[in-house]
Ligand binder design. Sequence first.
Ligand SMILES: [Fe+2]
Length: 132
Amino acid sequence: MPLVWNDSLLTGVTVVDSQHKELFRRINELLDSAGKSRERVQEITNFLQNYIVNHFGTEERLMLKTGYSDYQAHKGAHDKYSQEFKELKESIDREGVNINLTVKMNSLLIDWWINHINKVDKKMAEFIRDKI
Ligand SMILES: [Fe+2]
């Protein structure tokens, strides 16, 4: 099951939206990694881990710069996700993508992003959009 982009996910903050689209592309590469070599899968998980850190950093800088009042809660959600992604990455790097990881992968790589963008990022974007 892929992570499907549609434009209802746009936040209206260009840099955030372009990073989200790139994240979707890379996450789909990972979700579609059956038959790929362990090395290739690890390249994708390494890229994603760095990209996620960088993306969260972008949003956090924009929130700080604009004095967004929900910064702490939003950063808390990012920190929690970063930890959970790291654990998933370690499992994937160790075991490869397999059926035992399906539930966790769907939850962290699909549901979390759709939910976070719709509920948390859009709320942030509404506040920061005209201040940056
Ligand atoms: Fe976010």
